[in-house]
Design a protein around this ligand. Structure first.
Ligand code: ADP
Ligand code: MG
Length: 253
């Protein structure tokens, strides 16, 4: 049997040629931990959970008419997707101040923003994915004004969907990042959600137990979820039953 062709290997995933033209197989690795700069050690089992989680979000989006690259999950670590021409931008949607927005503009982390804010970062790791304005994107031909209008509409629909799903399980979606790709249908081009939607692309805060003041009368602020991959999968009910959670051998004597 011929060996399948590796198309690309990134930090978190490997892309293989798919079984039909215009398709790709995404293999989810355990490397490339959420939000880590510089990259950190692998988290055992992360790839299995992100494969499930991205399937959950992408198929949910497909079912409400938001186009994504997701076709179907193949196994524990792989899914079949439509090959897209990736727009070289990371599209970030923010609902609450955090990270770079807080440091750059001096807005305290956790502040609710008056409306969702969409930002663009040029996808170039060597340059550290610098933030860019619409002017740069259009002048350098990364996307047209029409594409950007479509990208904002797409990003805001994804935001509403994800925020709602998260809210239902006691999680606040502070911000997330999307990749968008082009697919061609005859002479027509469509923009679709590509890459992955998982804890590696979302900033998630736990709101469970933050509503009521504790015994000292202090209300807990929403904070990061501990063991975010497992906890998110558990609350969404997508934990694969045949995953054995790796408990390290313990010394009993
Ligand atoms: P990186 O280290 O570059 O973030 P990843 O490990 O996340 O890479 O691998 C995913 C790569 O695949 C990214 O470069 C992403 O742009 C690309 N990609 C994601 N979805 C698609 C798709 N549907 N078609 C083509 N390329 C894709
Ligand atoms: Mg990536």
């Amino acid at each position: 049997m011929a060996r399948r062709k590796k198309v690309y290997e990134g930090k978190a995933k490997i892309l293989y040629e798919g079984p039909e033209p215009g398709t790709l197989i995404q293999y989810y690795k355990d490397d490339g931990r959420a939000g880590a700069t510089p990259p950190q050690a692998a988290v055992e089992g992360k790839g299995v959970l992100n494969n499930r989680l991205s399937e959950f979000f992408m198929s949910g989006l497909n079912s409400i008419g938001v186009p994504t690259h997701f076709i179907r999950r193949l196994n524990m670590r792989e899914q079949l997707v439509r090959m897209a021409e990736i727009v070289p931008l990371e599209v970030v949607v923010r609902n609450f101040a955090a990270g770079e927005l807080s440091t750059r503009l001096g807005i305290p982390e956790g502040t609710a923003l008056p409306r969702p804010i969409v930002e663009y970062y040029f996808k170039d790791e060597k340059l550290g994915d610098p933030m860019v304005a619409e002017e740069h994107i259009i002048a350098f031909g990364w996307a047209s004004q029409q594409d950007l209008d479509d990208i904002v509409a797409l990003a805001l629909r994804v935001n509403d969907f994800l925020s709602g799903v998260m809210m239902g399980i006691g999680i606040r979606l502070a911000d997330f990042r999307l990749e968008v790709g082009r697919i061609w249908e005859g002479d027509f081009m469509r923009l679709i959600v590509a890459d992955e939607i998982s804890p590696d692309s979302c900033r998630l805060w736990d709101t469970r137990g933050t509503e009521a003041p504790d015994r000292e009368g202090v209300t807990r602020e929403p904070g990061p979820l501990a063991d975010v991959y497992t906890e998110l999968a558990r609350r969404l009910g997508v934990l694969p039953s045949n995953v054995t959670h790796t408990t390290k051998p313990t010394l009993i004597n």
